[in-house]
Design a protein around this ligand. Sequence first.
Ligand SMILES: NCC(=O)CCC(=O)O
Ligand SMILES: [Mg+2]
Length: 331
Amino acid sequence: MTASFPATRLRRTRAAAWSRAMHREVVLSPADLIWPLFVTDGSGVEEPIASLPGVSRWSVDGIAARAKEAVALGIPCLALFPNTQPGRRSEDGAEALNPDNLMCRAIRVIRDACGSDIGVLTDVALDPYTSHGQDGLIDGAGYVLNDATVEMLVGQSLNQAAAGADIIAPSDMMDGRVGTIRQALEGAGHANVQIMAYAAKYASAFYGPFRDAVGSGGLLKGDKKTYQMDPANGEEALREVAMDLAEGADSVMVKPGLPYLDIVVRVKQRFEVPVFAYQVSGEYAMIEAAAAAGAGDRDALVLETLTAFKRAGCSGVLTYHAAHAARLLNG
Ligand SMILES: NCC(=O)CCC(=O)O
Ligand SMILES: [Mg+2]
């Protein structure tokens, strides 16, 4: 296809708003957004998170209110993360298996408040429950053990499914966990509970504010590089995705988001499956810091970045800006 000037003037279709609307290739809607929420103990509690301005931890009653707000805004799904109090954290993260832990209580209040009007996606990994802040069980040298951790993750997944989770989202990056969890869900009568695999999760410097939010930041010694991916690797992400799909993942996630849109594109083109991206806490904080410093218009930055995920091929985006973006989109 050749295009030559002046027969072709690409500015023609951009000249009027109606024409720009007509030629727009992707359209962002509230249905593209998944809203991550942080759950904390107590009732009537809202705790602002200093490193995530505008984001709070909510006690379960507040979570129910956020769920109703999400339904009203047209947001189809919430993602839950617990801020487990220090006394309930342990070396093995056993609180993850407690049927009355924060996560399970939050799932139940959302179900009571909204029925099946909203999906509940639950994080599977041990970092919100361990005293050392790692996502799994560690040996004497601090190495995160794969197969023993997977056993815990299966228990955690069944616990969440029993409480009413709709989508189990393992974010731990252990090998083989998707298949083992899938098999356990089938065996326990949860055939329709989905798995969204954090398939390509990178060992990123963009997770700092999240660790403050779930209270694991100060506990974590070292890093997560023996299980999360090296930011330099793209081919390896395709292998991760291939394995998770073969093991039964219904959808896959790339995380962080914007710095890894090339991975989203490669995954989408190679596998033609639903791909989600997580615009993580550090990305949120950068946008907020830019807006606060007068370096950019907040609303425009939010909508532009979220639209970029759609253009790259995402079915949806996990973003702390979900409610704000939905309000903007709903006009
Ligand atoms: N498993 C969920 C996360 O690690 C979220 C990271 C972030 O928002 O920075
Ligand atoms: Mg993997």
